[in-house]
Design a protein around this ligand. Structure first.
Ligand code: NAD
Ligand code: MG
Length: 383
């Protein structure tokens, strides 16, 4: 299978390449993309020899083009080529692993082109869930969840009509047990050091605020077509049970593995078959304890904000996502305290009205409006 990996230099991108390299008989790397990390992308091309590489955040550069050509790879520049490579007839499957709203257009292009789409870019589903799902039906794209929770739910779903609840597990992040009054002064370095997973900086902060789980509730709403009230979040600090599905008869089916993204990636790559992922086998007897607890909304105010945006409907989830991206960036740059993230998002949702969800242009306009409003809030909080 010919695979394009969007966001190849990131955490999901490198885990994907790790799995792919274990199965050279099954997968060929068709295209690799990065935003600006030319050296890292070139190193990947040296190993995997894709037909195309894309640097979406850089302008034309003849010298760079020549160094990629030396490995048989045609280098393209800017955002548009992301859509061109996923639509290419030679591309069969797309790993959508760009972080944030920046991944929406290319994810949607892959879906509209009817490709097999491995979805890591949850923000695309949060912003445009109904649009993406409709496009997938119309183009007969095969959309496979890579987010570990959604991949788990997908694996546990047998009879969708008989589902009572979907239970998404959350690790609780690095501040699950920290004194509430200490949260205002946590540093970016503390927020990105996740207890169980090594991930990109943005999703690591989202895990610390639990906005990540809020985004995942919205993602699950659209992926599995279940109402928000049937999606619950439970904290499970060990990150071994990746999510659960409860049926009307009281049966609860869970998927377990060591916390390693290569497990859901291998599942999405090979489904309906199964392939080795490289993950360490689970040793239940060596595990002391698997525990569960309800999330505390005072500690994690981003979670109720996400449910509220889902309830409000229309462009509200896109507004929530944009405000979160602005707030997280400001926090990582030292311009906003950790506790300011939820505040900026709440204020943005109050300031910007949500509209009916129509098409991509409307969603992108909402995204832009929320970014402006959130930027102003960041300045006000910082002042
Ligand atoms: P990352 O920051 O490690 O990598 C992001 C990748 O996207 C890089 O290749 C980067 O070059 C590219 N990129 C960044 N900004 C871009 C832009 N504006 N335009 C085009 N490309 C851009 O992120 P990650 O942790 O690999 O996460 C990727 C996606 O997968 C996110 O949506 C995240 O929520 C989701 N996800 C990640 C994990 C995980 O374990 N890391 C788990 C579940 C879901
Ligand atoms: Mg997840």
């Amino acid at each position: 299978m010919n695979l394009a990996i969007l966001g190849a230099t990131g955490s999901i991108g490198s885990s994907t390449l790790d799995v792919v390299a274990r199965h050279p008989d099954r997968y060929r790397v068709f295209a690799l993309t990065a935003h600006r990390s030319a050296d890292a992308l070139l190193a990947l091309c040296r190993t995997h020899h894709p037909r195309y590489a894309v640097l979406s955040g850089l302008a034309e550069d003849a010298g760079l083009r020549a160094s990629f050509a030396a490995h048989g790879t045609q280098l393209l520049f800017g955002m548009r080529p992301l859509e061109h490579v996923v639509r290419d007839a030679g591309c069969e499957a797309v790993m959508a692993a760009i972080v944030g709203a920046a991944g929406l257009a290319s994810t949607l292009a892959a879906v509209r082109a009817g490709k097999r789409v491995l979805l890591a870019n949850k923000e695309a589903m949060v912003m445009a869930g109904p649009v993406v799902m409709r496009a997938a039906r119309e183009a007969r794209a095969c959309l496979l969840p890579v987010d570990s929770e959604h991949n788990a739910v997908f694996q546990c779903l047998s009879d969708a009509a008989a589902v009572r609840r979907i239970l998404l597990t959350a690790s609780g992040g690095p501040f699950r047990a920290a004194p509430l009054e200490s949260l205002v002064s946590v540093t970016p370095a503390q927020a990105v050091s996740h207890p169980n997973w090594v991930m990109g900086r943005k999703i690591s902060v989202d895990s610390a605020t639990m906005m990540n789980k809020g985004l995942e509730v919205i993602e699950a709403r659209w992926l599995f077509d279940v109402p928000a009230k049937a999606i619950e979040v439970v904290i499970h600090p060990q990150s071994v049970v990746h999510s659960l599905v409860e049926y009307v008869d009281g049966s609860v089916i869970a998927q377990l593995s060591n916390p390693d993204m290569r497990v859901p990636i291998a599942h999405a790559l090979a489904h309906p078959e199964r392939i080795a992922s490289g993950a360490r086998p689970l040793d239940l007897a060596a595990m002391k304890n698997l525990s569960f607890e309800a999330p505390d909304e005072r500690r994690f105010p981003c979670l109720p904000l996400a449910y509220a945006a889902l309830e409000a409907g229309g462009t509200a989830p896109a507004l929530l996502n944009a405000a979160n991206e602005v707030a997280v960036e400001a926090f990582l740059a030292g311009r906003l305290p950790f506790t300011g993230i939820a505040q900026v998002i709440a204020d943005t949702l109050d300031a910007v009205p949500s509209r009916a969800l129509e098409d991509l242009d409307g969603i992108l306009a909402a995204d832009e409006q929320a970014r402006r409003a959130a930027g102003e809030r960041v300045m006000a909080v910082a002042a």
